[in-house]
Design a binder for this molecule. Sequence first.
Ligand code: IMP
Ligand code: MG
Length: 178
Amino acid sequence: MRADIERILISEAEIHTKVAEMGARISRDYIGKNLVLLSILKGSVVFMADIMRAITIPAQIDFMAVSSYGKEAKTSGVVKIIKDIDIELDGKDILIIEDILDSGMTLDYLRSLLEGRHPRSIRIATLLDKPERRKVDIVPDYVGFKVPDEFLVGYGLDYAELYRNVPYIGVLKREVYE
Ligand code: IMP
Ligand code: MG
């Protein structure tokens, strides 16, 4: 375990099992639909890479980049589009792939922006959910794990752009960000 990580919250094996379950459910729910997996960069890349291979029905993929916390551990509430989608969303069934739903402000903003492009449906799949921290009314459709209000890193989640390549989800030591 890395020195900056206090403890492992979710192991690689637990993530693997959960992602397989989520992929199987999504594959059943989206039969006959025009599924587009929309990964929100950069945090969800690892989850995206795994879940897209756990989905057994035809799917398109795309990526969007929005402003993140940067070096701050707390949200600013400001969402900026850095990279937009390339594919046409008209009539598509969009499944937003997120690493973690925290205040919900990022996805609340993104969802209303995407609604304006007339997809047939928009749903949210998040690996992690911190429901205690929710500031807006947003409920994910697929959740991997409900997690406590601690600062997490690994499996795509960063602190100051580091730790994304850690293969498990760990709790970052407080002294690293305080
Ligand atoms: P929200 O708009 O507050 O829901 O922010 C969601 C985004 O905040 C996620 O996509 C992450 O990039 C980031 N985030 C929230 N909590 C954590 C955490 O515990 N560790 C790392 N990033 C986090
Ligand atoms: Mg982030």
